[in-house]
Design a protein around this ligand. Structure first.
Ligand code: SAH
Length: 215
C-alpha cells in the first residue's frame, strides 16, 4: 500500500523545511495513504500540512506534529525501535498509530470514543498493521496490563500529567505529552532509576485529554 510519492513530495519538503530530518519517519509518512484516515469530503486535503476534523469534535493531527513526535520518540528510546513497546493515548483516526506501527515493535493504543476506535481498527487491518492492539478506555489510566512501555505518546492534552502514565514507563522509558489548557507545552519525561526528568520541547495545540466518562 504505497501512497503516490508525487503526491507526498511537497509535504515531505515542507516537513524537512520545518526541521524534520529523520529519513525513516519521512519515508514511512510518504508510504501511508493519509487520505484513508479522513472523511471522504476531506481526502483532497490529505497531503497538506494541516490538522483536519475526523468527526466527534476530534482532529487528525497535523503531519508536522506526527513527524516531530515520532522523531522524538525514536531519539529517546532505551531499546532498538524494532523491539520497543509503545503506548499511544488518543487513537483518533489511527494515522499516528499506523506511523508508529511501521517503526516500532508493538503498539498499544487507547481511545475513549468507541466509533473512532472501530474505524481506526478497520483502517489498520487494511494496511496490515498487525502489531497494534486497540482498547476502548480512558487514557488517563494508561493500559497497565500491557506495560511497562519503552515509550508513551499522548495525542490529546491533559491539564496535568496523568500519574498512571509515568508509572507505566519502563526504566529508561520516555513519555511525550502536550500539557496545559489554552497554552500547551509538548513535554518529554524520561525515567531513570525511578526518578523523572522533564524537558519542555515546544508549544503545542491539541484537543483536550478528557477525564472520566467514556462515550
Ligand atoms: N493521533 C490522533 C489524534 C486524535 S485527536 C490522530 O492523528 O488521528 C485526540 C484523540 O484523543 C481523540 O480521538 C479523542 O477522542 C482522544 N481522547 C481524548 N481524551 C481521551 C481519553 N481520556 N482517553 C483516551 N482517548 C482520549
Amino acid at each position: 500500500m504505497i501512497a503516490s510519492i508525487a503526491k507526498a513530495l511537497p509535504l515531505l519538503q515542507e516537513l524537512q523545511r520545518l526541521g524534520i530530518n529523520d529519513t525513516q519517519v519521512l519515508d514511512v509518512m510518504s508510504q501511508i495513504p493519509r487520505e484513508l484516515f479522513l472523511p471522504p469530503t476531506l481526502t483532497h486535503k490529505a497531503w497538506e500540512n494541516n490538522a483536519l476534523p475526523i468527526g466527534q469534535g476530534q482532529t487528525l493531527s497535523q503531519p508536522y506534529t506526527v513527524a516531530r513526535m515520532t522523531e522524538l520518540l525514536l531519539a529517546h528510546l532505551p531499546v532498538p525501535a524494532s523491539s520497543a513497546t509503545v503506548l499511544e493515548i488518543g487513537t483518533g483516526s489511527g494515522y499516528q498509530t499506523a506511523v508508529l506501527a511501521h517503526l516500532f515493535g508493538q503498539i498499544c493504543s487507547v481511545e475513549r470514543i468507541n466509533s473512532l476506535k472501530f474505524q481506526a481498527k478497520r483502517r489498520l487491518n487494511h494496511l496490515d498493521c498487525h502489531n497494534v492492539k486497540l482498547r476502548y478506555g480512558d487514557g488517563w489510566e494508561g493500559w497497565a496490563s500491557k506495560g511497562p512501555y519503552h515509550a508513551i505518546i499522548v495525542t490529546a492534552a491533559p491539564t496535568s500529567v496523568p500519574q498512571a502514565l509515568l508509572e507505566q514507563l519502563s526504566e529508561g522509558g520516555c513519555l511525550l505529552i502536550p500539557v496545559g489548557n489554552e497554552q500547551q507545552s509538548l513535554t518529554l519525561y524520561q525515567k531513570h532509576n525511578d526518578t523523572i526528568q522533564q524537558t519542555v520541547i515546544e508549544e503545542a495545540n491539541f484537543v483536550p485529554l478528557i477525564p472520566g466518562e467514556l462515550q
